[in-house]
Design a protein around this ligand. Structure first.
Ligand SMILES: Cc1cc2nc3c(=O)[nH]c(=O)nc-3n(C[C@H](O)[C@H](O)[C@H](O)COP(=O)(O)OP(=O)(O)OC[C@H]3O[C@@H](n4cnc5c(N)ncnc54)[C@H](O)[C@@H]3O)c2cc1C
Length: 384
């Protein structure tokens, strides 16, 4: 088997892996290899491609306007017969083209000397008794190759193979299944608002319409406790009155389904392996927003990898201090979401909407669990 050495091996060329590649390549003496099993960057897409404006400042690589395709002024929330609009700083953002973002990041990384190997899948990691990953076996377009890195950065997403080696048989995870399509020919009621729907068509989750233009949107349903096929939920969602009149006769352009992490104990590092992006549960709840958090956490991992190569780094402290406020809120939100998911469906939809739209302060929301729906609606209406 052919063997190569490098300083940093990045597994996964998603937003996290490419953020890591750019950060690590700040040190031009370091040899970086980034692998991805896909043959085209970011394709197929598993994403609704919405990004929050509030996170842009935290991204260490300034995104050009050309990446920010479609402006979003806020979010319209629906639950039962209720509808709330939230606009302004926390709620505005953009819909992007995720593969184009990845290509833009990859171009920067390659110009700085990073070798990106597509069609290259991680198969095996040899971890020694000191918990150091000494070598990785990959399948590079049908040929086995051994890569010997000093540091591995695991950015291989929700189904992280690296995590399988480090923490086999993970049981405490909660993963949501999402069925999503890019649909064209729509007559969007509010083309500059994302629309999020809570109800039985997405039990313990939500359905969404994320506009990409006046007539094109990413439309999906996500749930972690499906009792029916996702296709059935999707059809039920499309047949809602408020949705049907916007969708018309849908023309499905491309499927963008996938799995999203709701809960997973985050692992930041294991020996000489650093984790970032979805592999480290770096998305932000309740919306499971992961694109920019992946770039941000990947970047911190890339910087830390260089510290590892040169001396030693303290990845955990760096990662936590970088976005501590967001993750504190996200962790509390996850706890409350999991409580709310145990309630009956109508109350669940209302309270999940109230939580997502920031209607109640965190401790207060628990006091509503025992109230009936009409009371909850009245209080939501008073607090909008
Ligand atoms: C349907 C859906 C909708 C979503 N919508 C949004 C949204 O609107 N906004 C938002 O911010 N977030 C959204 N997310 C979440 C977001 O897509 C992820 O959080 C984000 O992509 C994580 O980035 P990442 O780089 O960690 O992982 P990924 O983008 O998943 O990239 C991981 C990469 O690793 C590669 N890989 C995996 N295994 C291997 C292996 N063994 N060898 C080599 N390569 C490997 C994969 O091919 C992939 O390219 C959504 C998720 C889903 C499923």
């Amino acid at each position: 088997m052919e063997q190569i050495s490098c300083d940093v091996l990045i597994v996964g060329a998603g937003p996290a892996g490419l953020g890591a590649a750019i950060a690590a390549s700040k040190n031009t003496n370091v040899k970086i290899v980034c692998i991805d099993k896909k043959d085209k960057l970011g394709i197929p897409v598993s994403c609704a491609e919405g990004i929050g404006h509030y996170l842009l400042e935290s991204v260490q690589i300034k995104l050009p306007k050309t990446i920010l395709d479609w402006k979003i002024d806020g979010i319209r929330f629906y639950a039962d017969d209720f509808c709330i609009d939230k606009v302004g700083d926390l709620w505005k953002g953009y819909t992007i083209n995720k593969p184009r973002l990845q290509q833009w990041l990859a171009d920067i990384a390659e110009k700085k000397g990073v070798k990106i190997f597509l069609s290259t899948e991680l198969l095996d990691i040899n971890i020694n008794e000191n918990l150091i990953a000494e070598s990785c076996v990959v399948d590079k377009a049908g040929v086995k190759l051994r890569i010997c890195p000093k540091v591995v950065i695991a950015c291989d997403g929700v189904d992280s193979k690296v995590l399988d080696f480090v923490k086999p048989g993970r049981k405490e995870e909660i993963l949501a299944k999402v069925l999503s399509w890019e649909i064209t020919g729509m007559k969007l009621a509010v083309p500059n608002l994302e629309q999020i729907f809570f109800g039985e068509f997405a039990p313990c989750g939500y359905a969404y319409i994320f506009p990409k233009s006046k007539s094109i949107a990413n439309v999906g349903v996500g749930t972690y406790l499906p009792k029916k096929k996702l296709e059935t939920y999707f059809d039920e969602f499309l047949s809602l009155k408020t949705v049907k009149c916007q969708v018309g006769r849908p023309k499905f352009i491309s499927e963008k389904s996938g799995t999203a992490v709701i809960h997973r104990e985050p692992i930041f590092e294991f020996g000489n392996i650093l984790f970032a992006g979805d592999a480290a549960n770096r998305n932000i709840k309740p919306f499971i927003e992961g694109i920019l958090p992946a770039v941000i956490s990947g970047y911190v991992a890339g910087e830390t990898a260089i510290d590892f190569v040169i001396k030693s780094g303290d990845y955990h402290t760096k990662m936590v201090s970088n976005m501590k406020n967001f993750y504190d809120v996200s962790d509390t939100t996850t706890e409350i979401m999991l409580d709310i998911f145990k309630l009956d469906s109508k109350k669940r939809a209302l309270l999940f909407m109230a939580l997502s739209a920031g209607i109640f302060d965190f401790p207060d929301i628990r006091t509503f669990y025992n109230k009936d729906c009409s009371e909850i609606k009245r209080i939501i209406a008073e607090n909008v």
